[in-house]
Design a protein around this ligand. Sequence first.
Ligand code: BES
Ligand code: MN
Ligand code: ZN
Length: 506
Amino acid sequence: MAKTKIKVKLGTLPKEPCEIGALYLFEDAPLSPIAEALDKALDGAISSLIKKGEFKPGVNRSYLLHTYGKVPVKRLLLEGLGKEKEFSPDKLRQATGMAAHEARYLGLKDLTLSLHPTVLNDVSKTSQSIVEGALLGLYRFERFKHPEEPEEKKELESVILLVEDAKQLEAAKEGARRGEIISEATCFTRDLVNLPPNEATPAMLARTAKEMAMELGLKFKAWRGLDALEKLGMGGIVSVGRGSSNPSQFVTLEYGRKGRGDTIALVGKGVTFDSGGISLKPWKDMDKMKGDMAGAAAVLGTIRALAKLKIPLHVIGLLPLAENMPSGTASRPGDIITCLGGKTVEIITTDAEGRLIVADALAYALRYKPKAIIDLATLTGACVVALGNFASGLLGNNEELKKRLKEAGEASRERVWELPLWDEYDELMKSDIADMKNAGPGVAGAIVATCFLKKFVEGYPWVHLDIAGTAWADKNGPYWREGGTGVGVRLLVELLSNWTEFASDK
Ligand code: BES
Ligand code: MN
Ligand code: ZN
């Protein structure tokens, strides 16, 4: 598939000869100078549409207007931004996602946009949001689908961003480049999540990490198969992958080097298919469990973006990769296993497999003596019950790290919401015959799962993100499609590109 090009150049929409231009409008503010110029040239067409109530520029509302030679722009897409006071970069991302989608649907080759005048105080961020909206909005996963409808074959060749003031051109270009890198990495993550589980096996994800390492000059290391993992002491990964004929792997991917900025460890749950194992899941929505490696995919996407952006940090990606299947060799409820570091775990249900593999990887992460550890995992259905699709669950043992993630969540619009991690909850996973159980009585499921993980990072600043509800979209949105969302990439790139030296308080 041809990639949509982003071009940033000097110009202004009212004077730009092009097929289609998007014009952002607020619901409750006077027309911007650009909108006013266009309105005038179009004999008041825009203002009268709004005045008559035929078009109300609310969020995610748009209107297509032909200009019949009155201006060099052949068509105008009016894109609502909602109320001016409620404006955020995400509104721009949404409006642009819709516009890009519409322009492609119409079969046009390019879409022209103006940097929105009211947010020009941060040109770079504005252009980044616009580019993200366009490129994320144009995403589709088409590897396995033969196009049926003509619009499925259409491609938008370029998105052109017009900058009025020459002094702002460099900042606009810089923001656009960031937007391109982040969007590409997000779509890379989305692709991995959307791939079917017969393709996206542990071996395939490890190969993907290796290819990325060669492309971007990262250090790659892998432990393949049960023997190697057993020798390493990773009883969790061994146990989860036992029943599958696709052998488990543990992969580390290292960007930068020790001493070049803080060392950050990123752990991503990589269950390439979660059938539940012997504690088999019901059939309904079991297909979605191909997305149970979204944490690992997000770590790959994040490191991809960080490397391309040349962020001055030392980042280790740790990917425990396994397929959770029932078979004669599978682990059973009742088994006791030993995770890396020596803690023993009584398996109550083989469907609480994520915490077992993430625990091994967290324990391994300590060897790097990281300043901060962040893990991403589609860990619990309970988190989906608590927060739905609108926020990832956030739990952790360090206030400063939690605060930074919350801020990055707001800025990137990949929002997080904190759940408590009080020691009282530890009760719920006590075992009589092992150090702990892998599941509690069923209450506070997202918290109990995190209490389990907490035991493996003692003494280190750590945050866990439960992305079970956010990694997968059930329906299309302004800049995402049904399927993998790529959640985590925007959040972590935002966090780590603004990272300042971390003085851990514990
Ligand atoms: N991968 C699932 C969690 C999940 C559920 C992710 C829905 C995405 C959407 C996880 O491995 C799991 O099965 N968790 C169990 C734990 C329980 C058995 C303690 C759950 O949440 O039901
Ligand atoms: Mn499970
Ligand atoms: Zn799972």
